[in-house]
Ligand binder design. Structure first.
Ligand SMILES: C[S@@+](CC[C@H](N)C(=O)[O-])C[C@H]1O[C@@H](n2cnc3c(N)ncnc32)[C@H](O)[C@@H]1O
Length: 244
């Protein structure tokens, strides 16, 4: 179970390491963060300078509950307060943000705030002229993320507690939208709130597997591209996945 290794079992899915008291120092985490960025570049996940700089700057360990903190840079999603909430594994962020082309000055909407880590990365990437809005449906998870972001001084992000499938029309249209939970269909309100020339990325359940799907909206049509297979927790709410 070394750093950089993807801990995934064909039958069990993600293999979560056991909870333990945190023992690593800030320096150790910094070294692991730098190693992780080198690993992500080496494996072709990470290409753009802005995403690289954000991943070097944001301390992922500060978005993880203490009993899982030492595993911050392992390629595995880790449990968060809330029902079935997880912080996605480190490579997920460039996996989503690179094809999305998330960049300086973008107005970005995230559905599924989780720990707040992806939100902090996005805030760094879009810069001061950009805007980040993130929506979380689970109240416990929302509060956890809100505190994490506040502790690190991120106070200029719009955080919304509610159903992200409905989007947040108040500041739409968005240049980029990212859904971090698996859906059966892309919620129509999100497609409406995406601007012309905008891109949306989401795990979509198709024929029993989850595909990471990228949509690009033009005046006349929406172009869809499948990037790869992924495994995410299901979307809840009005456009959620029924688990009956
Ligand atoms: C994989 S986690 C997100 C990880 C997050 N990007 C991070 O960096 O920690 C997916 C999140 O989506 C949330 N979620 C599920 N359905 C939702 C919905 N309809 N609206 C908003 N959040 C939702 C879950 O509660 C969970 O926190």
């Amino acid at each position: 179970m070394g750093d950089g290794q993807i801990i995934f079992d064909k039958n069990q899915g993600w293999v979560i390491p056991p909870p333990k008291e945190p023992a690593k120092s800030k320096e150790e985490f910094k070294k692991e963060r730098e190693e992780k960025v080198r690993w992500l570049i080496g494996h072709g996940y990470l290409r753009s300078e802005r995403i690289k700089d954000a991943m070097l700057k944001v301390p992922r360990e500060d978005f993880i509950p203490p009993l899982y903190r030492d595993y911050a840079y392992l390629e595995v999603p880790l449990p968060l307060p809330g029902e079935k909430a997880t912080i996605s594994c480190p490579h997920s962020y460039p996996l989503f943000y690179e094809p999305l082309g998330l960049d300086k000055d973008h107005k970005f909407l995230e559905v599924g705030l989780g720990s707040g880590y992806g939100t902090a990365l996005a805030r760094e990437i879009v810069g001061l002229e950009g805007l980040v809005v993130s929506i979380e449906i689970d109240p416990l998870t929302f509060e956890f993320a809100r505190k994490n972001l506040e502790n690190l001084g991120y106070r200029d992000i719009i955080l919304v507690k509610g159903d992200g499938g409905l989007g947040y029309p108040d500041v739409s249209p968005y240049d980029r939208i990212c859904i971090t939970a698996a859906c059966i269909e892309i919620p129509p309100p999100l497609i409406e709130q995406l601007g012309i020339g905008g891109r949306l990325i989401a795990p979509v359940i198709e024929h029993g597997v989850q595909n990471l799907v990228l949509l690009e909206k033009s005046e006349k049509r929406i172009i869809k591209k499948v990037i790869c297979e992924v495994l995410y927790i299901p979307l809840k709410g009005r456009y959620g996945v029924s688990e009956e």
